[in-house]
Write a protein that binds this ligand. Structure first.
Ligand code: ADE
Length: 338
């Protein structure tokens, strides 16, 4: 067992924060969410209240945690970071909640992995700032109620469908879906990140990295940093288009941003299951990937670029996926397209 507290466990897990935008103006894209948040924040400020509880959902790496940090900055409050799996027992949640100072933001990442018993302790805490704890068992059990300081819960999930209806309904400030970014926005993010890192980059190199970034800022920043390493070792430090291409090839990131693990999944569907449909469990077993990794990391992008379809009977590789991988579509599927 780790001796870290449930909030520390996730703080250590957060990636490099140097590239995280520190001001709203630096946060590129997701305009709809920013517009909504500005109103919520301003209205709460005028009423001198904490903002209401918020839920962010959408694929990993799109900036959900970053939004929580920006809201905390804007409202002059502290943010406590934790995650669903880090809160193992009711006591963990009780300790986090009772240690909040008034106005704090509690950020719970991967909230879909919160244990159901803990979820039930969260309901009254969210609704009436009341912490109800059962002490003892059977006839001698007692409930003690503690009043909590005013706080805002910001929860994030990649899997909104796994959240129970009672939990979802308690995010009174709103539920917001983060969308994949456009290539133009990713390119802007790369421009800003290169400036923060103090590295020169040609416009064509930015576009090259953006095209392979899976519409995801976290991926863009990771690729940018590896291209920086490559340009420093193989070039004179400036990332040119040619250096970026070489670096990305060395990393095995193809022109659409697919990595070997994405290709293994598509090839399994095509070669072992005749293009599908195949259930995710079977697919996970045949590729030695975790179901959750397939669902959270690979599928959202493959669905977005139209390489994969999800049907009630399982996953299907699309004609586009066949073409990209240089595979021939089975005759039966060709016929069905006529
Ligand atoms: N880093 C992660 N998300 C970002 C965004 N939306 N804008 C700028 N930098 C980011």
């Amino acid at each position: 067992m780790s001796s870290l507290t449930p909030t520390q466990k996730t703080e250590d897990r957060t990636l490099d924060t140097t590239l995280r935008p520190q001001r709203w103006d630096d946060y590129i894209g997701q305009e709809h969410i920013k517009d909504n948040l500005h109103i919520l924040i301003e209205a709460a400020r005028r009423r001198n209240e904490p903002i209401e509880h918020l839920l962010f959902y959408g694929p990993a790496g799109l900036g959900k945690t970053t939004l929580a940090h920006l809201i905390a900055k804007e409202t002059n409050t502290n943010v406590r970071l934790t995650s669903g799996p880090a809160i193992e027992r009711v006591g963990d949640l009780a300790s986090i909640l009772t240690n909040l100072t008034p106005g704090d933001i509690l950020f719970i990442d991967e909230v879909h992995r919160l244990n159901k018993l803990i979820e039930e302790v969260l309901y009254p805490a969210m609704e009436s700032r009341s912490l109800d704890i059962v002490i003892g068992k059977g006839p001698s059990a007692r409930i003690i109620q503690l009043e909590l300081p005013p706080f805002t819960l910001i929860a994030a999930t990649t899997r909104i469908a796994l959240l129970s209806a009672p939990l979802r309904s308690r995010f009174s400030g709103g539920t917001f879906r983060l969308d994949f970014y456009s290539n133009d926005h990713i390119s802007e993010i790369i421009r800003r990140s290169a400036a923060v890192l103090g590295i020169g980059i040609e416009d064509d190199a930015r576009s090259e990295i953006a095209r392979r970034s899976r519409f995801t800022p976290r991926v863009a920043n990771r690729l940018l940093k590896r291209c920086r390493d490559y340009a420093q070792v193989k070039g004179d430090g400036v990332i040119t288009a040619a250096l970026a291409q070489d670096a990305l090839q060395l990393m095995d990131v193809d022109p659409l941003g697919l990595e070997p693990s994405d290709k293994r999944i598509l090839e399994a569907i095509i070669d072992k299951f005749n293009g599908g449909p195949v259930g995710v469990q079977t697919l996970a077993a045949s590729t030695a990937e975790e179901i959750e990794t397939i669902e959270d990391v690979h599928e959202p992008y493959l669905l977005q670029i139209g390489f994969l379809e999800r049907t009630p009977r399982g996953r299907i590789a699309t004609p586009r996926a066949y073409e990209h991988l240089g595979k021939e579509l089975p005759q039966q599927r060709q016929d069905s397209l006529l």
